[in-house]
Design a protein around this ligand. Structure first.
Ligand code: AHG
Ligand code: MN
Ligand code: MN
Length: 333
């Protein structure tokens, strides 16, 4: 069987007028940067890639060497394409506008350069998450200055989103609004090849993902839902549930896309806003999950409808198989 490469897929989307040439180049460039990150992740200790960078990011989290390197790789790959107005990154306090000598374009790129970085040193899957927005225009029809305010658009305005997971294989997952497609990196030809066309999440599941070490601090609806799952065949659900928690959102979401499941990082009495970041993690994953037929809420609202107030804002996340997400959301009402 002849498989479609990521480039062929994107050219097809351009020919169908779903994306323009600038967005196609941007998405290809992100994918190329992900290949470079994959190679560095793969080399691990051989390339002195493990361990702490010795710096903290804006969230006050200790950066790993690979957090810093992945951020550099993504920014350097994208700065010259002429398609971006600015970047924002989990690892950088302020948005980075494109300036001379480079041409400024119409898109805003948001990245979690390395997701799951607590897993790097222990050889467990990590990844990269990205989200693309259009730079808003002023009343006169000119592009706004790409400052923080330009980025504060609800996730429903994303024109593309995706992630790479650096696991036993490297897989690149993307949506441009016509479903979700997965591409596996062929290391012999160094190309992403479509292996997971039109991914759909089953509506029902018997598998949940949550960090249960926070259980004593959860809000009651989440505690109720998990208690009911744990009660298994003896409880109100009448069936046994399985549990998984990789602690890399990319890996947990990829599993959810592949075989269904519910993934939750709720707010709790210690992390009152939640743990995950709206702009770099929740929004892109919510678009992907919805495009795959699943659902994503913060317990009360659809994630994609939330009006962001800050670039680094955190949010509660409940996503995955639709019937289970709807159930947890209904427990909040
Ligand atoms: P990051 O490495 O980009 O900071 O994100 C880690 C996130 C996410 O990938 C994962 O689901 C969650 O943090 C894990 O949190 P716990 O360590 O609390 O399990
Ligand atoms: Mn992350
Ligand atoms: Mn990260």
């Amino acid at each position: 069987m002849r498989r479609v490469t990521l480039t062929q897929y994107l050219v097809g989307r351009q020919q169908n007028n779903l994306i323009n040439a600038d967005l196609r180049l941007l998405l290809e460039t992100i994918a190329r940067a992900c290949k470079a990150i994959s190679t560095r992740v793969n080399k691990g200790a051989l390339a002195d890639g493990l361990g702490a960078a010795g710096t903290d990011n804006i969230q006050g989290e200790a950066q790993k060497k690979l957090d810093v390197l992945s951020n550099e790789i993504l920014m350097e790959a994208n700065v010259w394409g002429g398609n971006l107005a600015a970047f924002a990154s989990e690892e950088v306090e302020r948005p980075v506008p494109i300036t001379e000598p480079y041409k400024r374009g119409e898109y805003l790129l948001l990245i979690d350069p390395l997701d799951g970085s607590s897993n790097i040193d222990v050889n467990i899957s990590v990844g990269t998450i990205f989200s693309v927005l259009r730079c808003p225009k002023t009343a006169e029809g000119k592009y706004c200055e790409p400052e923080e305010a330009a980025f504060l658009q609800p996730g429903s305005r994303q024109v593309a989103a995706g992630f790479a997971v650096y696991g036993p294989t490297t897989v690149f997952v993307i949506t441009v609004g016509d479903g979700v497609h997965g591409f596996t990196l062929d290391r012999e030809t160094y190309t992403f090849v479509q292996t997971h066309p039109d991914i759909k999440i089953p509506a029902d599941t018997a598998e949940f993902a949550i960090n249960t070490s926070n259980m004593r601090r959860w809000e009651p609806p989440v505690k109720r839902y998990i208690d009911e799952c744990l009660a298994g065949t003896d409880g109100p659900r009448g069936k046994d549930f399985n549990m998984r928690w990789v602690a890399s959102m990319v890996a947990d979401v990829f599993r959810t896309l592949t075989r269904g499941g519910i993934f939750m990082y709720p707010r709790d009495s210690k992390q009152k806003e939640g743990r995950l970041r709206l702009m770099y993690e929740a929004n892109p994953m919510a678009l992907i999950v919805e495009q795959a037929g699943g659902a994503a809420t913060d317990g009360a609202r659809r994630i994609l409808d939330i009006q962001p107030k800050g670039l680094h804002q955190r949010v509660a996340v409940i996503l995955g198989s639709k019937n289970e997400v709807d159930r947890v959301t209904s427990y909040h009402k």
